[in-house]
Design a protein around this ligand. Structure first.
Ligand code: IMP
Ligand code: MG
Length: 178
């Protein structure tokens, strides 16, 4: 079994790239079918979604725009709380179909926040595409429209996902060895 060590932890391969590619082909086929006549804006969430976005978009056959956003967290100088600001979303989204691209939906908090930030934009519709979904951890009250894999509540790395910023460049997905 292929293993990697990142910082102090060891991970073993759980989803090889060939399987990732197959799951992405299914998601792309669903999007191509559902989005006939639309010109959606795909919005990828950095950093984690960069690899999924690149492979998915190569298989999208409808006309599409592509953009990326990032939540930057920083400690406020005055307040003690953590502030998280959305950067990169400058496009006029009024009347548009937006497809959010996420690497993994775990508790669902990140996408809940993004949906809230999109509320004032007068979109036509918003859909969510995630490569990985942890149903046991999910606490969101929205539908996840396109899912590559539903996985158990384990910590994984690779294919964009990190453990303390390492592992994003791995081609396959690895699971933490307990
Ligand atoms: P959520 O807000 O709880 O849905 O978590 C989403 C974010 O947490 C993802 O975009 C990842 O950055 C991170 N995350 C959640 N689960 C994992 C994991 O198993 N490995 C690496 N990062 C994860
Ligand atoms: Mg992420």
């Amino acid at each position: 079994m292929k293993k990697v060590t990142l910082h102090d932890k060891t991970f073993s391969i759980s989803i090889p790239y060939a399987e990732i590619q197959q799951a992405i082909e299914k998601v792309a086929a669903q999007i191509n079918r559902d989005m006939v006549g639309e010109t959606p804006i795909f919005v990828g969430l950095l950093n984690g979604a960069f690899m999924f976005a690149a492979d998915l978009l190569k298989l999208v056959e409808i006309p599409a725009e592509v953009s990326f956003i990032k939540y930057s967290s920083y400690q406020g100088t005055q307040s003690s709380g953590e502030v998280s600001e959305l950067i990169g979303l400058n496009t006029n989204l009024k009347g548009r179909t937006v497809i959010i691209i996420e690497d993994i939906i775990d508790t669902g908090t990140t996408v809940t926040k993004l949906l809230k930030d999109l509320q004032s934009k007068e979109l036509k519709q918003v859909k969510i595409a995630t490569l990985l979904f942890k149903p046991e951890a999910f606490k969101g009250n929205y539908a996840v429209d396109y899912i590559g894999f539903s996985i158990p509540n384990d910590f994984i790395v690779g294919y964009g996902l990190d453990y303390d910023e390492l592992g994003r460049n791995l081609k396959d997905i690895y699971t933490l060895v307990p």
